[in-house]
Design a protein around this ligand. Structure first.
Ligand SMILES: Cc1cc2nc3c(=O)[nH]c(=O)nc-3n(C[C@H](O)[C@H](O)[C@H](O)COP(=O)(O)OP(=O)(O)OC[C@H]3O[C@@H](n4cnc5c(N)ncnc54)[C@H](O)[C@@H]3O)c2cc1C
Length: 432
């Protein structure tokens, strides 16, 4: 029997075409207008606005360039309508704010499209659409109700696809129909990160890899920041560390649930098979509690398949086996296909299932994208940049002033998650 994992790389598929630069960190300035902690999309998009407005900006990245989730994700773009659903949102925030959140979210993909066009970032942006598969008949009914409200509120281009027509969208008999959204898209996250980095450096910002921020202290003119490579004074500080938020910022750490998400890539498929399995080349997801997400690679040749990782440690072999099993559940005919890459990274959930941005105790922040952060971090990072400049109008979002909750005794290590995930898997299997 052939070993389908033979020769599998334990690094992101994206790093093949966009390898992580191994560059020496630059000399640190003694003082800057703005210091940004975290070198992913949130930090880069904030830096893009701030540097272009003439601010001196230093981005500190603890690890190598683009180490975090921003170069490890699925590159899937969507409005990421709030995980609570329209009903949950309305119960919490009222109808007016819910409508504002939905309307703003619907613009996230266009926001990224405009950004990459404006700055000529070649990252294989594709308006592919998304097909969200109903794992149970009951889920289909629920999707239809949600979609109806979404269409009524925002005018989004969406359509329910019943089970009898499901093969128009996906070559699988596993599902009970689903919902098709045409607004969603995909990109190559490694190339997107490279492009943003170029733009930000051209605007004059300094990106410093291997420069961990270890201490933040208030000073007369702002902050005194200790890093692994020396101290810096900054007038303003932005925390853009999302799933990698550590003990330097305990207030934020207590409000985030870091969860490891993992992906695999397959070898190129026979084009005929690919056409049968993903005829519309969309972004895909299902409706289970422990959901899977998948897509074709930008060249349309491979399948990239993702889901919740096993535990919080980096276990590429175990994740690869689990994800392949999930993939075969959807596409049984891929059982001979070689798995070429397995990787993972941290996303950050929040207790209210919402992303957050704003200012706390003088520290600006954008984080908590709940696993849907490619478009959101681009939008939030940009808005954060405007907020830091005092551009009230341009910095305003429908997500402003949401209370950023924590729970009693929670300090930032979600010890209860493995049990919760096991429970959710049981519920999924039982079909609720
Ligand atoms: C496997 C996977 C698949 C995903 N798929 C999708 C998808 O298809 N679509 C989607 O919308 N979202 C997806 N996401 C989520 C998305 O990637 C993230 O929400 C987004 O990239 C967050 O960007 P960020 O800049 O806020 O954080 P990150 O890119 O995670 O960057 C944070 C950085 O902060 C650095 N840092 C932390 N502490 C310090 C410190 N003290 N000093 C200096 N630096 C520090 C870290 O090293 C890290 O590089 C996925 C995530 C993963 C892991």
């Amino acid at each position: 029997m052939t070993d389908v994992f033979a020769g599998m790389k334990e690094s992101p598929f994206w790093w093949e075409e966009a390898p992580r630069p191994d560059e020496p960190p630059p000399e640190l300035p003694a003082d800057v207008d703005v210091l940004i902690v975290g070198g992913g999309f949130s930090g880069l998009c904030a830096a893009r606005i701030l540097a272009r407005a003439g601010k001196s900006v230093l981005l500190c990245e603890a690890n190598f360039t683009g180490f975090g989730a921003s170069t490890r994700n699925g590159g899937m773009l969507g409005p990421s309508f709030h995980k609570l659903g329209v009903k949950g949102l309305t119960a919490r925030y009222g109808r007016g704010r819910t409508n504002a959140i939905l309307k703003q979210s619907i613009g996230f993909v266009d926001f990224v499209k405009d950004l990459v066009e404006e700055d000529a970032i070649d990252c294989e942006f594709q308006r592919a659409g998304r097909f969200r598969c109903a794992s149970r008949p009951r889920h289909y009914e629920h999707m239809a109700r949600e979609m109806e409200i979404q269409v009524r509120t925002t005018g989004i281009d969406a359509e329910m696809i019943p089970a009898a027509r499901v093969r128009e969208e996906i070559g699988s008999d596993r599902f009970h129909g689903g919902v098709r959204y045409l607004i969603d898209g995909g990109l190559h996250p490694g190339k997107y990160h490279d492009g943003l980095l170029r733009v930000v450096r051209n605007a004059g910002a300094i990106y410093a890899p291997r420069t961990e921020v270890t201490k933040l202290q208030r000073s007369t003119n702002g902050f005194r920041i200790s890093t692994s490579r020396g101290d810096v004074d900054a007038g303003q500080v932005a925390i853009c560390t999302n799933g990698y938020t550590g003990n330097v910022t305990p207030w934020f750490r207590k409000r985030l649930l870091p969860i490891r998400s993992a992906m695999i890539a397959t070898e190129p498929l026979d084009p005929v098979v690919m056409q049968r399995l993903m005829p519309t080349r969309r972004m895909y997801g299902d409706s289970r509690r422990v959901m899977a997400y998948y897509r074709p690679s930008p060249d349309g040749q491979r399948i990239l398949f993702g889901g919740r990782a096993a535990g919080s440690g980096d276990r590429p072999q175990k994740n690869a086996r689990d994800l392949r099993d999930m993939m075969l559940d959807v596409f049984p005919e891929l059982d001979k296909l070689q798995i070429t890459h397995s990787w993972s990274g941290f996303v950050a959930y929040t207790f209210d299932h919402a992303p957050h941005l704003g200012e706390h105790d003088g520290l600006f922040y954008a984080m908590g994208y709940c696993g849907s952060g490619v478009a959101r971090s681009s939008f939030f990072g940009t808005k954060l940049g405007h907020k830091m400049l005092g551009n009230e109008e341009e910095g305003r979002t429908a997500f402003d002033d949401m209370s950023f909750e924590t729970k009693p005794f929670y300090t930032g290590s979600p010890w209860f998650l493995p049990a919760l995930v096991r429970w959710h898997r049981i519920v999924d299997r039982l079909g609720f």
